[in-house]
Design a binder for this molecule. Structure first.
Ligand SMILES: Cc1cc2nc3c(=O)[nH]c(=O)nc-3n(C[C@H](O)[C@H](O)[C@H](O)COP(=O)(O)OP(=O)(O)OC[C@H]3O[C@@H](n4cnc5c(N)ncnc54)[C@H](O)[C@@H]3O)c2cc1C
Length: 296
């Protein structure tokens, strides 16, 4: 490993000061599960690593008037153990549970996962299906934007040097929205997604129809994407297994998967159709189970 400087931030404010001081020379270290692999191999190490892992104010998972705020430093393990997330966004727990092994989930953070910006990241689809927003901060203040706008291309985000991903917010109107996440890898555990997907929708009361459907796909395009044509097909349509299957087929036409050593593009398209259908069915099962819970 080539040598680099190191400095630890005590909280978010300190991290932003350090990032402003070191500019483009700085690289943020959170759980390090991705960055350390990169640092081990790179011939061009950063000038300085800014370690934010001690910044406890970036770890909170809290319910506010805006929605559910998840600090960028919350680990996948903490997300899995959060009663709030289990109750309000269980699809995110499914995604967290699918990441790596216990050790990776205990160190790896949700912010780090999003900031890797790899198309196969597992948190992205579950969050995008719930139309999550992110807060980004720098020396000139902070701003909120849709999570989809963070993703620019493989390993490329819209953040500029000096900026820190502070938190992820699932907007209040989407808390409790029935949703599900599915992943397919070459084995059950410790595998990157060949395809992952998430879907969320409300049930139009009285009509048993899809309302505000949202479908997100990973590992099938340069970034995590939505499937707007499949969403438009579902909106207002009666909830049936046939409609779910057709939405899956439409979503498969919207993606741009590649062929690589893990799978062909055609295989990935088939997977999209199956996983989207399964997500929709699982979200519906979740919604009906909740209704039954309320009635009994
Ligand atoms: C064995 C193994 C298995 C894995 N399996 C999976 C898997 O199944 N699914 C999956 O999605 N990923 C997987 N990963 C990738 C990785 O573990 C996750 O993406 C993890 O969530 C990264 O988080 P981290 O805190 O470790 O990030 P780090 O490694 O600390 O950082 C990753 C990147 O994000 C930047 N960064 C981190 N936090 C911030 C922030 N708050 N603001 C701005 N930039 C930031 C860093 O500068 C770096 O570029 C695996 C990794 C390993 C080693």
């Amino acid at each position: 490993m080539k040598s680099f400087g190191y400095v630890a931030a005590m909280d978010a404010k300190h991290a932003i000061e350090l990032l402003a001081e070191h500019g483009a020379a700085a690289k943020i270290l959170a759980g390090g599960t991705d960055l350390l692999v990169e640092l081990k191999d790179t011939q061009r190490p950063p000038g300085i690593v800014v370690d934010i892992s001690r910044a406890r104010d970036l770890k909170d998972i809290v319910l506010t008037d805006e929605g559910l705020r998840i600090g960028a430093l919350a680990t996948h393990g903490e997300i899995m153990r959060s009663a709030l997330i289990r109750d309000l966004c269980p699809a995110l727990i499914e995604a967290a549970h699918s990441i790596g092994a216990v050790q990776t989930r205990n160190l790896g953070t949700i912010g780090g996962n999003l900031m890797t910006c790899v198309p196969s990241m597992d948190s992205g689809p579950a969050l995008i299906a719930l139309e999550a927003q992110v807060t980004v901060a720098g020396a000139d203040g902070q701003r909120r934007m849709p999570l989809v706008d963070l993703f620019v291309g493989p390993r490329k985000t819209s953040l500029t040097p000096g900026q820190l991903l502070v938190e992820i917010v699932i907007p209040k109107p989407n808390l409790g929205k029935p949703a599900a996440f599915q992943k397919f890898g070459l084995r059950k555990g410790q595998a990157l997604a060949l395809v992952n997907a998430a879907a969320a929708f409300w049930i139009d009361d009285g009509k048993d129809a899809f309302k505000a459907p949202c479908i997100a796909l990973g590992a099938v395009a340069p970034t995590v994407i939505r499937a707007p044509q499949a969403e438009a097909y579902l909106a207002g349509r009666a909830i049936t297994p046939e409609a779910m299957a057709e939405a899956g087929r439409i979503a498969a036409t919207e993606a741009k998967p590649i062929s690589d050593f893990r799978a062909s593009a055609d295989y990935r398209r088939d997977l999209i159709a199956v996983l989207v259908k399964r997500c929709l069915a699982a979200a519906y099962a979740r919604a009906t189970a909740k209704t039954k819970e309320r009635v009994s």
